[in-house]
Design a protein around this ligand. Sequence first.
Ligand code: HEC
Length: 421
Amino acid sequence: MRALALVLLLWPACAAAEFFTLKGHGGPIMGIAVGPDGQIATASFDNSVGLWTGRAPHWFEGHEAAVNTVAFQGGVLYSAGDDFTLRRWPEGTVLGRHKGKITGLALSDTHAATASWDGTIGLWPLDGAAPRSLDAGSGVNAVVFSPDGAQLYSAGMDGVLRLWDVASGSELRQITRHGFGINEIVLNAPDGWLAYGAVDGVTRVIDLATGAERDFTLDRRPVLALALSPDRSQLAVGDGEGYIMVIDTDSWRIARDFRATLRGPVWALAFSPDGANIHAGGIDDTMYSWPVASLSEHGKMASGERSFLKSPEDMDNGERQFARKCSICHALTADGGRRAGPTLYQIFGRRAGTLPGYLYSDTLAGSEIVWTEDSINSLFDLGPDHYIPGSKMPMQRITGAQDRADLIAYLRRATLAKEQP
Ligand code: HEC
């Protein structure tokens, strides 16, 4: 709440468009889509999809791992993610299954297309006919249909931007070969260009008729999100360092460039139907919607950098360790929120694998470990993969003894019986 109040103070003069946040997810927001009536869909690391018509979400549960991407077609919502599945809501029907995580999703009137790290593009007819798989040779990050659905653009880890014929499934041509992986593509068919964002921080716009390129690369990496405003006049670019750049596509100038978050990347961007707001998702559990007109103009950022989160410099080392390495998956509060891991509320003295309502791995559920300063220290000294092999906890070690001690001291303070504010 404090962050919201602060932000409203910073933007006193936003006339029509307003800053707002959508809260409820328990993990980073990886994908955002805007529906025909302006409803917002969010895909989260917390395994759920949120559908927001006002500020109160409708939760769609069914994915068994992080959800990376959401898209609307004909008012129907689709999503895909790290559990390798493509799903249709509200039922959660599995329409497609890959052999690797799905990071990109596009829809035409007749097909869903999925970009997967298994090296293929899935083409799933919406009428239930037999699916097809296009071999892209290496992990695919993004797909987008031509407006008539007859062609499909794809890009991925090999940095090759390809054009496919949907009917035959054959590769028509390679539009560009970028030396680094491409994360995102956006097509503006009416104006004849395509934009891509890459791992090395490159943002480029390619004229599809001539092949001419315009470069908007700044010194930040990687580019993780792209969005085109409905009137096609603004292209928004989100990067790994928490900035959003807005390119004016009439004058081809960088119109705005602002820091949207202090902590980590901007993973998802989408414009509101009137183009007045940019919805952004990242490592916070909150979706932020920024009125474009109030964002700092490019070149005027130096003093008044717009940021609203607690700065890492204001945290002690233990809290910073937690914020960077644990908070993405663990809450510290009694209710636990919606996160990938169990809440660490009152963790000291708790037997491992015993928090009611959390679905543990068999390993942790049957463990004899009791969480103490010593056992938590060993957990991150050795790494979960060695300390409790078979646990769902990701491999990670904290090699500095002082970092572990600071983290444990912070956990002591932050997880003791204290009721939440
Ligand atoms: C990517 C997600 C993720 C991250 C990051 C993560 N954890 Fe976990 N953690 C989990 C999951 C999932 C479990 C449950 C494991 C299981 O069931 O096998 C877990 C379990 C635990 C447990 C045991 C809880 C219990 O009830 O038995 C502790 C303690 C813990 N984590 C501490 C931490 C700390 C401290 C950090 C940061 C240094 C951290 N975790 C980082 C996902 C994560």
